[in-house]
Design a protein around this ligand. Structure first.
Ligand code: ATP
Length: 381
């Protein structure tokens, strides 16, 4: 173990978190360091919390340095961490014919059993959003469904028996459906919102696959009588999400539907720069924004760091909750308040939000906003 967690008591012991920094590609090299800085600034406000950071190679910079996009030494180190940042991965630009140039992110989700991908969508009244008062979270099952690069034990779930015929296999298990559903109901309980879970399916067509998913969600729902539960067919929901997103609180879905719906939801509130994400499993947690590596804007320091900062905020909050660490939860809440202030004032935001600030300047503004908060201002108790 790189670090050990100690419950903080009266300044004598400190809650230590070991967190990896995997910057990824393209804008990852710009947004991840900013998110790390904001997290460090937030925990510095609380003497009972300490983060041990560990830089680890991944992606194309790693390929250039050591010939692999997913080096074994990175993998070995991750097993001992509490969690890590994974920056966006620009795998479409990797060499096609080299097995050492694999796309690391589906591999990591599978290897570390990161079953639930938690993706919030929140509107800010200061920003030009398609809808205001949106505050919903989509839980996407992360490791099966139609995704052929991770839904088989070995081999791929896509194949071509003849040059003119392609086949894709979709996998749904009770185990992962249950984990995703449980993540959704627990979140609905924690959130100060509508206390509702909406499960998305197409069991009118996928009678077995979506049938198993929905039956499992219904079983889990019985354990949460305080949470309203409804099911919706995916096409109906896709339309309803555009028309009345305010009606939804926590949404749970199989992998591919969730992938599409989370980008649609991001579009409602200002685009992919506004779409954070957290991959969680029974043991590990990985902060990974919804957006890709955005090669079109890489190197210009104009990428919006909101999604990566808030992915880190969710990771800190998740770890704090897991370890019963009120100070880490408060530090996470401070980040939310600092980010909210910067977005309300719009004085230091990136061009995608109509501003002129660089990625680093927006991050600095979040740190400055947090410095002005009285300690404990973010208390959720
Ligand atoms: P992937 O398939 O790897 O998820 P993608 O096809 O969704 O990637 P992105 O790389 O996310 O594509 O970029 C889509 C568009 O959104 C691009 O025009 C990009 O510039 C923009 N974009 C993505 N992330 C950000 C960000 N953090 N700040 C500003 N613009 C962004």
């Amino acid at each position: 173990m790189l670090s050990k967690y100690h419950k903080w008591r009266e300044g004598e012991e400190v809650a230590k978190y070991s967190i990896g920094i995997l910057q990824g590609d393209d804008i990852g090299l710009e947004v991840v360091p900013v998110a790390v800085k904001v997290l460090q600034e937030a925990v510095d406000r609380y003497p009972g919390v300490k983060i041990d950071w560990l830089d680890l190679p991944i992606g194309y910079p790693s390929y250039l340095e050591c010939g692999e996009t997913m080096p074994q030494r990175t993998l070995d180190a991750l097993y001992d961490l509490d969690g890590w940042f994974l920056g966006p991965i620009g795998h479409m630009a990797y060499p096609r014919d080299d097995p050492k140039a694999m796309n690391p992110h589906p591999f990591l989700r599978r290897e570390f059993d990161l079953v639930s991908n938690i993706r919030p969508t929140k509107s800010f009244s200061s920003l030009p959003c398609l809808h205001q008062s949106v505050d919903l979270v989509i839980i996407r099952e992360n490791n099966e469904g139609f995704q052929p690069d991770r839904n088989m034990f070995r081999g791929t779930a896509e194949y071509m028996p003849t040059p003119d015929l392609a086949m894709s296999v979709r996998v749904i298990t009770r185990r992962n459906s249950e984990f995703a559903a449980r993540t959704a109901f627990e979140l609905a309980r924690q959130r100060n919102s509508l206390k509702k879970v909406t499960a998305i399916h197409k069991n009118t067509v996928f009678k077995l696959g979506c049938g198993l998913f929905i039956d499992t969600c219904q079983e889990v729902a019985k354990e949460y009588p305080d949470i309203e539960f409804e099911t919706m067919v995916v096409d109906t929901f896709a339309m309803a999400l555009v028309m009345r997103p305010q009606k939804y609180d926590v949404v749970v879905s199989t992998n591919m539907f969730g992938d599409i719906l989370t980008d649609e939801a991001a579009g409602l509130v200002g685009g992919l720069g506004m779409a954070p994400g957290l991959c969680v499993g029974p043991r590990y947690v990985m902060a990974q924004a919804t957006h890709g590596s955005a090669p079109d804007i890489a190197g210009r320091h104009i990428a919006n760091p909101y999604a990566m900062i808030m992915s880190g905020q969710m990771m800190l909050s998740w770890l704090g909750n897991k370890k019963g660490d009120g100070e880490a939860i408060q530090a996470a809440r401070d980040i939310e308040l600092g980010v909210g202030k910067v977005l309300d004032e719009l004085a230091a935001v990136t061009p995608d939000l109509g501003g002129k600030a660089s990625t680093g300047e927006m991050g600095e503004a979040v740190c400055a906003a947090m410095r002005n908060l009285p300690p404990g201002a973010g208390s959720i108790y």
